[in-house]
Design a protein. Structure first.
Length: 381
């Protein structure tokens, strides 16, 4: 399992490590905010478009070759910029990284489910999420140090070596998991499966939790600066968020496997805790920011392993790649949609109102679920 966890770390480190460093003064390839926005959108756009396709390919030919191919392609795309050492090559390198991550990320999730019995899915996805959270935490920190020491070229060189090393490790240690026989699936069959509450509820929870996480990472530092806090304090807030998410995920997974937590109660609690964190973020000063960061992290840490475990439990084994790819798409949409919602509301009102709007959206799901449950009980009674 450790090579799969390393693959999760690689995609997180590559995504956030480079994204957080593109705007650095030593990153001479980025000449304007427009260029920066385009480079950020290029990576995320590749993931949104390609993750479902690579997930389906993993079901067709096996997740292991798609995982290995994605890691090799990630290393190659990173090496392109190292070898070329030209600002113009940053665009194809970043596009290649995003496309490669679209291949090995859902494949790794599929293999986590296939290589573990259902009774241990919570623990497995909790550990996988922990290593991804470590990548999200260390990426901006180490990325900044590497860009300071040797520019973007050194950072891309490290990501190339990381991708190659994990690819070799996975080739040696990850067992062959042959694709399972699949019944013919029409577009209508796929639409029915993706519209099933067993898919929609966990995916919506994952998207909402990721929206809160992205909004916290993006806007808590802005809120801190507005309160007169320095860069150390605002950076600490983001680190607290990521650390709480990392610590919570394995614990949530173990609680699910042990029967101390159900998927429904865990997802509900995670979303409400995340909403409470966004509510705390509306309070002025460092206490509100740090409390908000901690609660958003814990809420995300609850939702992520439970959501993926629920998807794995409700999906036929021969369709795991497709489901994980579609769920990852939902997370990417939340990753983009959360900051967009906060920014749109903040533009016309205040940042506190933006946090409050996203908090209300996160709380809406559990409220609707509770209301639906009460209606069903009354009808059955």
């Amino acid at each position: 399992m450790r090579p799969l966890y390393a693959a999760g770390f690689t995609t997180a480190f590559g995504a956030h490590g480079i994204a957080a460093s593109l705007g650095a003064r030593s990153a001479h390839a980025v000449t304007s905010l427009l260029v920066l926005g385009g480079l950020l959108a290029l990576y995320d756009g590749a993931e949104v478009l390609l993750k479902p396709l690579f997930g389906t390919l993993a079901d067709r030919i096996g997740a292991r070759p798609v995982l290995l191919g994605g890691l090799v392609a990630f290393a190659a795309a990173s090496a392109v910029y190292v070898v070329a050492d030209s600002p113009g090559w940053l665009w194809p390198a970043r596009l290649g990284q995003g496309a490669a991550a679209s291949a090995f990320s859902p494949s790794a999730s599929s293999l986590v489910a296939r290589l573990n019995p259902a009774a241990k899915h919570g623990r497995a996805f909790g550990s996988y999420g922990f290593y991804k959270s470590v990548g999200y935490t260390l990426g901006p920190l180490l990325g900044g140090v590497l860009v300071w020491a040797g520019g973007l070229r050194l950072l891309f060189a490290v990501t190339a070596l990381l991708g190659a090393a994990v690819a070799v490790w996975a080739a040696l240690a990850v067992p062959v998991v042959p694709p399972l026989p699949r019944a013919r699936q029409t577009v209508l069959d796929l639409a029915r499966r993706l519209a099933d509450p067993a898919f929609l509820a966990p995916t919506a929870a994952l998207a909402a939790a990721t929206a809160a996480l992205a909004a916290g990472v993006g806007f808590l530092p802005v809120s801190g600066r507005a309160a007169g806090l320095g860069t150390v304090a605002t950076g600490a807030a983001v680190s607290v968020l990521a650390a709480c998410a990392a610590v919570a995920q394995p614990r949530a997974g173990r609680a699910l496997d042990a029967g101390r937590l159900t998927t429904r109660s865990g997802l509900t609690a995670g979303l409400l805790i995340g909403a409470a964190g966004l509510g705390c973020a509306t309070l002025p000063g460092l206490p509100g920011i740090l409390t908000g960061a901690a609660l958003i992290g814990v809420g995300t840490g609850l939702v992520t392993p439970l959501g993926f475990a629920a998807l794995a439990a409700a999906t036929p084994a021969e369709r795991l790649g497709q489901t994980m790819g579609a769920a990852e798409l939902g997370r990417e949409l939340g990753d983009a949609g959360g900051p967009l919602l906060v920014a749109a509301v903040a533009t016309t009102t205040t940042l506190a109102h933006g946090f409050a709007a996203l908090a209300a959206l996160l709380a809406l799901g559990p409220a609707v679920g509770l209301a639906s449950g009460l209606v069903r009980r009354r009808r059955s009674g």
